[in-house]
Design a protein around this ligand. Structure first.
Ligand SMILES: Cc1cc2nc3c(=O)[nH]c(=O)nc-3n(C[C@H](O)[C@H](O)[C@H](O)COP(=O)(O)O)c2cc1C
Length: 349
């Protein structure tokens, strides 16, 4: 029973042909970007002689049901670009990004990135720690309010960001509509099947696949994690019993947060990538302030509910990200699995 509840031991292989080891570390660290379903839908092609990286969306790792326009995946690629930039900085590299308009012909390339090692640079452990501490926290948060200066700073620093404090009518709207949206989603078997594809139900499955949502990421204690793994599997995770459990979990989460931050933006690929970059930066700032974060996307994934919420909140752009936030006793660190580098990175020369 206890071994089932013990943390998964994921060993990601960082080896890449013709790439120096500090650069392998940069690429591994970069993969700790926030990304929808932990699908890690990125693909890279590196020319180390030219010091360039082509970044693509991986067409084989899409979320057709919840994300038919790949909005969440382009946001995730934006998170990846920001994570890569921060990881390069941490290892003493400069990085320049040139955006590319993705399409079928260019295999959904979103950017060409150039990098260069600065002379006499040393790894910056403080930045490495921040990248490794950023994680999605699905637990209940404390009832303490977020420091008002922090809220003012964040809403000034980030474009199109609003904050709704727990207890306000806007907060209650986001809370109730998140639950309503998830109730609608879980009544659709295609939604449940897609979700099942990314859920992991044993340490063995996590260690083999190195992606998706593991039991460790649910924030359960070892006994509850054992129970989760003993009672849930790929046969019953599309049942209505499991759906009801997911709704109850969401209720618990949104009833135990200090507020929601919301980012809005235009419905264009370049703005989705911009939102992703802001998401990742905002999250690092939250790590520095020890604020726990969990994106809650159900409203955004159900178009009719999203429209209604935008109108009722008087937002003049589309909602792109909703984050529940709050303080926790022990902040924790990133424990979600990441794939071997060679699975998604090819080195041309
Ligand atoms: C666009 C986007 C949407 C997300 N939506 C949700 C969500 O609805 N619920 C949730 O718990 N996490 C959500 N996440 C968080 C991811 O599941 C998480 O980043 C991923 O599993 C990797 O885990 P990590 O953040 O701990 O590294 C979202 C992340 C992104 C970038």
């Amino acid at each position: 029973m206890f071994s089932i509840g013990s943390p998964a031991k994921v060993e990601s292989n960082l080896a890449l042909k013709n790439i120096p080891s500090d650069m392998e570390n940069v690429l591994y660290l970069a993969s700790f970007a926030a990304n929808s379903h932990n699908a890690q839908s990125w693909k890279l092609r590196i020319s180390h002689s030219n010091k360039t990286i082509e970044l693509h969306l991986d067409e084989k790792r899409l979320l057709d049901v919840v994300d038919p326009e790949n909005r969440e995946l382009y946001i995730s690629l934006g998170c990846y670009i920001e994570s890569l930039q921060t990881s390069f900085q941490a290892y003493g590299y400069e990085m320049i990004t040139q955006d590319i308009a993705p399409n079928k012909e260019n295999h959904y390339q979103v950017a060409i990135i150039s990098y260069k090692k600065k002379e006499n640079s040393k790894p910056n452990q403080e930045t490495i720690d921040i990248i490794q501490q950023r994680h999605t926290d699905k637990r209940k948060y404390l009832s303490q309010q977020i420091d008002s200066k922090t809220i003012t700073n964040f809403t000034k620093r980030y474009k199109d960001m609003s904050y709704y404090q727990a207890g306000s009518s806007e907060y209650n709207l986001l809370k109730d509509k998140s639950i309503e949206a998830m109730t609608e989603q879980t009544s659709n078997i295609e939604f449940l099947k897609e979700q099942d594809h990314w859920l992991r139900f044993s340490n063995k499955e996590v260690e083999e696949k190195k992606d998706g949502i593991s039991g460790d990421m649910l924030g359960l204690n070892p006994i509850l994690k054992s129970l989760y793994y003993l009672t849930t599997n790929h046969q019953n995770s599309t049942s209505q019993t499991f759906a009801k459990q997911s709704i109850d979990t969401l209720k618990n989460q949104v009833e135990n947060s200090s507020g929601f931050f919301v980012i809005t933006g235009n419905q264009t690929i370049s703005d989705w990538i911009r939102v992703g970059r802001e998401t990742q930066r905002f999250w690092y700032d939250c790590v520095k302030e020890k604020i726990a974060v969990q994106p809650i996307s159900s409203i955004i994934e159900v178009p009719s509910i999203k429209e209604e919420v935008q109108n009722r909140l008087n937002l003049n752009k589309d909602i792109q990200m909703i984050f529940r936030v709050g303080y926790v006793k022990e902040y924790g660190e990133n424990i979600s699995p990441r794939r071997n580098l060679e699975e998604y990175i090819s080195v041309s020369d």
